[in-house]
Write a protein that binds this ligand. Structure first.
Ligand SMILES: Nc1ncnc2c1ncn2[C@@H]1O[C@H](COP(=O)(O)OP(=O)(O)OP(=O)(O)O)[C@@H](O)[C@H]1O
Ligand SMILES: [Mg+2]
Length: 369
């Protein structure tokens, strides 16, 4: 039994259609076909079942090969399309090929038909396989991206969670001193609010909305980040000093994300520092942007470590629960705000991370109003 072939023939002449089908049968195909000669009939035939190939006449009284080709294209089906025509000039043939027909043949000379069909079926198969491979690659990439994204969320929520835990533990030791208990509860409330903001920004990201930006007073963001890392730093006996000039402009930013940037940088600096050392956070205004430096005198990085520091999942702190996502998130947020990040580091000398962010258009923080 021959290979089966579903052929949609676009042809007004029954006889010409038969000639084509007979040639295919001679070539060993078991042909299953339908003949149409109007756009409506063709659309209905395409919708009804799957075809292997379309063979169309070039000129018909009420339809044309090029119009048929357009219908196949509009359908989104990747179907081999051959034109078999009585009289087709070279120009017309070129035009047909340019429009996407896979081959054209003369009605009187159908010897080339079977090889052309075979070749087009093979190529369509190759295209299908390639498309499938691309789709599974995209799927794998999406999964990988999702994994990174999920790890990123876990990482960001871990920071305030650790702070809440530490504050609550401290609370257990203060023996009911009402003022201290109040301070502790306030810190816990602030950290849970921070978790809530992170979740909200994740949900926004999931809905594919760009993060909302507004003019943000950078000084307040830096103060909040220092406050959020205070307990952690105190635990390691590291001081965090903040130097902000009086008139620091606003930056066009998402405040939660920006706070994340500095919390990460300060946390890294504290982790690299030894007991008794100081981490300095210094902001300064330049002509068209602000620069913030986070400087520590701790363990520093080798050139090799420095080269990979921004890579997602690069960490030398895996045993202490580091995910290696902090700096890659920082990098993503800073570049997403039109800014840049630079890391200078020397082993056993310390590290300075510099973040530069453009001013917001509305320079509404030039001075107190
Ligand atoms: N201030 C710093 N001093 C020395 N090394 C640093 C400093 N900041 C980052 N690094 C190095 O870069 C690596 C990556 O930092 P990143 O913040 O991305 O992840 P992490 O701190 O290891 O983990 P996580 O942020 O999840 O706690 C760190 O493991 C560390 O080796
Ligand atoms: Mg980190």
């Amino acid at each position: 039994m021959g290979r089966s072939l579903g052929v949609l023939v676009v042809e007004d002449s029954e006889d010409d259609a038969l000639l084509v089908l007979r040639e295919l049968q001679r070539g060993g195909y078991k042909v299953d076909s339908e003949r149409v000669d109007t756009a409506a009939a063709m659309q209905a035939a395409l919708a009804r079942r799957r075809w292997d190939i379309v063979i169309a006449d070039y000129a018909m009284p009420t339809f044309s090969g090029l119009a048929a080709l357009q219908i196949v294209k509009d359908s989104g089906l990747d179907l081999p399309f051959l034109i078999v025509s009585g009289a087709i000039g070279e120009d017309t043939a070129v035009e047909a090929m340019r429009s996407g027909a896979h081959d054209y043949l003369m009605k009187g000379r159908l010897a080339r038909l079977v090889p052309a069909v075979e070749r087009e079926l093979r190529e369509a198969q190759v295209r299908r396989e390639r498309k499938q491979a691309e789709e599974s690659l995209r799927h794998a990439e999406r999964l990988a991206a999702l994994g990174t994204f999920a790890a990123g969320i876990a990482h960001e929520i871990n920071n305030p969670l650790a702070a809440i835990q530490m504050t609550a533990r401290h609370g257990l030791k203060v023996n009911g001193n009402p003022q201290e208990v109040e301070t502790i509860l306030r810190e816990i409330v602030e950290d849970t609010e921070r978790c809530g903001r992170i979740v909200a920004s994740v949900l926004q990201f999931a809905r594919k909305q760009p993060s909302t930006k507004a003019p943000v007073p950078l000084a307040e963001v830096l103060q909040a980040a220092c406050a959020r890392t205070q307990t952690y730093a105190r635990e390691g006996q590291v001081r965090v000093e903040l130097h902000v000039p009086d008139l620091l402009p606003t930056v066009e930013a998402n405040a939660t994300e920006l706070e994340q940037v500095f919390i990460n940088l300060i946390t890294n600096a504290v982790q690299a520092s030894r007991a008794g050392q100081t981490v300095v956070v210094r902001a300064e205004r330049l002509a068209d942007r602000v620069r913030v430096r986070v400087e520590d005198h701790g363990q520093g990085m080798s050139a090799e470590m420095r080269a990979h520091a921004l890579d997602p999942f690069f960490t030398t702190r895996a045993s202490e629960g580091g995910t290696g996502l902090g700096l890659s998130m920082v990098h993503g947020i800073v570049t997403g705000h039109g800014g840049k990040i630079d890391i200078e580091s020397q082993l056993d000398r310390g590290t300075t991370v510099t973040v530069e962010l453009p001013y917001s258009e509305a320079r509404n923080q030039r001075g107190p109003s």
